[in-house]
Design a protein around this ligand. Structure first.
Ligand code: CA
Length: 78
């Protein structure tokens, strides 16, 4: 007795690529001491070769020394 069954396999992407920042233009920025609160001073951009959720890039400021800055988690505008 034998039996055959077709099976579909879904190969899902794994999170095996880290985000890579585009530093070709650098991230140096200067801001005037008289700048208004909320002034944009830099734009960060990174890409991730993974697809879907694993390729999603969000931005956060982690260093306490930059606690006066806020970054848009989606756009990367600092
Ligand atoms: Ca990734």
């Amino acid at each position: 007795m034998s039996y055959e069954q077709d099976v579909q396999l879904l190969v899902a992407d794994t999170n095996d690529h880290p985000p890579v920042f585009d530093t070709s233009s650098g991230y140096e920025a200067a801001v005037s001491e008289n700048a208004l609160l909320g002034t944009s001073v830099a734009f960060m951009t990174a890409s991730d070769e993974d697809v879907g959720w694993n390729g999603r890039v969000t931005y956060r400021v982690l260093s306490p020394q930059f606690s006066h800055f806020r970054i848009d988690s989606v756009t990367g505008v600092l």
